[in-house]
Design a protein around this ligand. Structure first.
Ligand SMILES: Nc1nc2c(ncn2[C@@H]2O[C@H](COP(=O)(O)OP(=O)(O)O)[C@@H](O)[C@H]2O)c(=O)[nH]1
Ligand SMILES: [Mg+2]
Length: 295
């Protein structure tokens, strides 16, 4: 799904999420563990407006564990509870349920004091497209999940999924628009596949990914995956050429190594770009965190 976000779409999304928030006790905000800031909706504070929330750094299987830990500390310093998950394997998802319960314990006890024993905790998932909301809901709901019938008084067709005897989850996540303000953010969201050629074309994104690897001292990634040698990279770096021409030369070299050649011997740039981006997205280049918190 590829949505172009216009002000009208944003206003509608915000309105719908604010309606959902009225129904829940706590919000689970999904971010991409590889780029938690870039993958966060720009208006999240205003949208949440004081509602209890926990942050889930999803796709942690694709991020560097030590950096994900730093991010969890980063959010903790801001007073926000954060956890990491892999919604493909389900790793970490049970801990999210436990944390939701722990966060709501005081409320539950208060309610129990008022004679409202047994009231379940209601939660919903929100996040930008492609961050893993549907996968996460499926994991949290497990096989044991049964749909709870629509509640009287709720005009929307909300369905609740019972996670366990304490938690119910709204079955449809809130979809928020991504940040589109800086080129850096747009690049990270392009690398992760959230933005699909809306702003940059595939070849440009792949080229920028190579630039990113080289500028952040991660050329090992290219060396181990594509058989380019350190010496080759060194040679290209010493060429009497513009920086961008050097990154482009490495891009072409990767194409050559992979045999992405069209008739006449030229490199099939489309093919190289598609391969690089697919492989990054699927974790074939290893666990790579794009952002790390400022110390
Ligand atoms: N590696 C990995 N992939 C994930 C994870 N969660 C979701 N995905 C993949 O990311 C893509 C988008 O997931 P989806 O649940 O549809 O995201 P949504 O748009 O937020 O609902 C799919 O290809 C999922 O298989 C995760 O934790 N790790
Ligand atoms: Mg979805």
């Amino acid at each position: 799904m590829n949505i172009n976000w216009y002000p009208g779409h944003m206003a509608k999304a915000k309105r719908e999420i604010k309606e959902d928030l009225k129904l829940v006790d706590i919000v689970i905000e999904l971010l991409d563990a590889r780029c938690p800031l870039a993958s966060q909706n720009p208006d999240i504070k205003e949208i949440i407006a004081g509602k209890k929330r926990i942050i889930v750094l999803n796709k942690a299987d694709l991020a560097e564990d030590a950096i994900t830990k730093e991010w969890i500390e980063y959010f903790k310093r801001q007073g926000i509870c954060a956890l990491s998950t892999d919604s493909n394997s389900g790793f970490g998802v049970d801990k999210v349920s436990a944390t939701v319960e722990a966060n709501m314990q005081a409320e539950l006890e208060k309610n129990a004091g008022k004679g409202r024993v047994g009231r379940t905790i209601r939660a919903c998932i929100i996040g930008i497209p492609n961050v893993g909301k549907s996968s996460f809901i499926n994991r949290m709901a497990k096989k044991t999940a049964v749909e709870v019938a629509n509640r009287p008084g709720v005009t929307k067709k909300n369905k609740w999924i019972r996670v366990n005897n304490k938690i119910e989850l709204l079955d449809t996540p809130g979809v928020l628009w991504p940040k589109l303000e800086s080129r850096e953010t747009a690049l990270y969201l392009s690398f992760t596949g959230t933005i699909k050629e809306e702003i940059l074309d595939k070849i440009e994104i792949a080229y920028e990914l190579i630039r990113y690897f080289l500028q952040t001292g991660r050329e090992e990634v290219l060396i181990s995956r594509y058989g380019i040698t350190k010496e080759q990279i060194q040679q290209i770096r010493q060429m009497d050429a513009e920086e961008n021409e050097k990154y482009y030369a490495i891009f072409l070299e990767i194409g050559k190594k992979r045999g992405a050649i069209i008739s006449g011997g030229a490199i099939d740039e489309e093919k190289v770009a598609r391969m690089l981006l697919e492989e990054f997205k699927n974790g074939k280049l290893g666990k790579i965190s794009l952002e790390r918190p400022h110390k």
